[in-house]
Design a binder for this molecule. Sequence first.
Ligand SMILES: C[S@@+](CC[C@H](N)C(=O)[O-])C[C@H]1O[C@@H](n2cnc3c(N)ncnc32)[C@H](O)[C@@H]1O
Length: 291
Amino acid sequence: MTIAPHTRTTTAVPTQSTYQNRVAEYWNAEENPVNLELGKIDDLYHHHYGVGQADRSVLDEPDPDRRRARVTAELHRLEHAQAELLAAHLGPLSPTDRVFDAGCGRGGGSVVAHLRYGCHADGVTISAKQAEFAGAQARKRGIDDKVRYHHRNMLDTGFPSGAFAASWNNESTMYVELDLLFAEHARLLRRGGRYVVITGCYNDTYGQASREVSLINAHYICDIHPRSAYFRALARNRLVPVHVEDLTEAAIPYWELRKEADHLVTGIEDTFLTAYRNGSFQYLLIAADRV
Ligand SMILES: C[S@@+](CC[C@H](N)C(=O)[O-])C[C@H]1O[C@@H](n2cnc3c(N)ncnc32)[C@H](O)[C@@H]1O
């Protein structure tokens, strides 16, 4: 078939999809106390959940102000434990190595990796405001020569191929198509480089996404993938799992404590607890090697 030139229409391809614009708007506007109050404690801002046993004795504190402060500190300890767990799987790394923090939020994960390994870190977020905030934090710490934040799309970073020794997503894979994401990680990682993800995923053995999973999607404007999708997409993109850990049990104490924290709750706490307990939702760590 021949199409006459004058019948062709050209539509400009937007650099960011309508959905990605919406995600950026969400994170540009986001100022939840559960993200800001916890980070203020030591200037390590994490926008993910937490793992490990909680010290629930903080709830017994009789003074309301001290109780709030102790609950906040305990939740921060649990979220920090998650960042450290992820960082432990990135290594060994040396100070000359470079790592990529995909969907970096307000930047805590890159700082944790830098403090542990002395490495260079590049964090990427689709939110201009987060990139600005994280950059200011790095300057305040005097590590901005090694830890840098960029307002970019993690699917198309523009960074040089093979330049990174390790990369990760901490609770940011549910905003993107996994094949596009893992193709970019595979491009950026050197051969033998390490990729780590911590994510919620829906449990294929339960069936389709449950009501709770759908509620979480609506709450965060995201699209939680099934567990199987991770392994298929990793295999298709030269990323071979070396360690898989089901963190579902370890994730529950964080949510149980957060549910009691009147000053921090966002309203999604019961949904997470039900989803974990009814088996429809899992919290997973996957470490993979770039082959
Ligand atoms: C739940 S937060 C997690 C932040 C960070 N990983 C942490 O653990 O603190 C999700 C992050 O993914 C980022 N994000 C979502 N889609 C993105 C995209 N296409 N490119 C870059 N960042 C994206 C958001 O801007 C946000 O910073």
